[in-house]
Design a protein around this ligand. Sequence first.
Ligand SMILES: Cc1cc2nc3c(=O)[nH]c(=O)nc-3n(C[C@H](O)[C@H](O)[C@H](O)COP(=O)(O)OP(=O)(O)OC[C@H]3O[C@@H](n4cnc5c(N)ncnc54)[C@H](O)[C@@H]3O)c2cc1C
Length: 344
Amino acid sequence: MNIQNQIQLKPFNTLSLDVTASHYIKVQSDEALVEALNYAKQHSLNVLILSGGSNMLLPEHIHALVIHMDIQGIEYLAEDEHSKTIRVGAGQIWHDFVLWTTSQYLYGLQNLALIPGLVGASPVQNIGAYGVEVGEFIESVQVYDRQLETFSTIFAKDCDFSYRHSIFKDDPNRFVITHVIFKLLKHADLMLNYGDLKQAVGDEQTAENLQKQVIEIRQSKLPDPKEYPNVGSFFKNPIITEQLYDHLALTFSKLPHYPQATGGVKIAAGWLIDQSGWKGKQLGMVGMFHKQALVLVNYDKATLADVQATYHAVQHDVYQKFNILLEPEPVLFNESGLIRSHLE
Ligand SMILES: Cc1cc2nc3c(=O)[nH]c(=O)nc-3n(C[C@H](O)[C@H](O)[C@H](O)COP(=O)(O)OP(=O)(O)OC[C@H]3O[C@@H](n4cnc5c(N)ncnc54)[C@H](O)[C@@H]3O)c2cc1C
């Protein structure tokens, strides 16, 4: 087992924060994962599971075992008239997997092209974009259950998938996802009801063109983390009560809003941030991107404290203006490698 000490995680988190991990290992198999978890237990270390590092906020020093997931492999499990079932290793790169599905004439994931990160993290916050959430195409998730110390399979109906949420978020120290089992369609049923996508796709309504347009729209709007280190949408779109929406609409008639089937009204967080004067604004080394106010960017050598100072200021200004408290989307860790609440 190759445990390394004092490893720099800057290349492994897309916000490019300078982070030193006391213990680090890359795991490429189920067996290696169990060995690493046993090592952590024997040495009384907490465990931090790292995939692509595109949805996490890390402190400067972490005293824990960082397990970097690198389990590869794609295999067909089953097929029927309408679908094919595929098992994918947690360490596969998400975008490459989406491109591969399209090349294999398998449909469903095209709207989720170009989302950074690895396959194993995709169920954690039930990644979503352009009207599709990954949970719709997951049959089950294979995990190592650290509580019961055994491998098991969790079917999608038990994953509690909803907007940017799953059981893996509720119980972050329990499950390590090793494989995801997808059920993908053999006949394209394109989801085009979102924003400017239908117009971009035009008359060429194929999955290949849909994927191409999604990639082009994302490239035109979202900063590339290699150029502008970021973690994508920094805040979740808040869901507010109908009463609050009615009250706000009296003053802000252009407030973008999406009534939810389950009750409440979803509001575009980017619009709230823009209207609060934060689009393109910086506080020290950290600011909200000039083309997309929802994306927080590390413009220099920011630390977690700098990131927190900026997002607290954004939260404060949005709250003052709209009486809505924005909730950050990325997962926040403490120096012991454990997940912290953003409200602490
Ligand atoms: C430019 C940009 C655009 C983005 N656009 C979108 C978007 O459109 N939609 C969207 O939903 N997200 C988006 N994101 C956020 C992010 O890409 C996704 O949440 C992605 O799934 C995170 O994957 P990751 O491999 O980087 O996970 P990481 O950041 O490494 O991990 C995220 C969390 O999941 C846990 N985790 C990771 N792997 C496992 C595992 N195998 N088992 C158990 N727990 C695990 C980690 O401990 C951590 O708590 C964007 C990010 C960026 C930088």
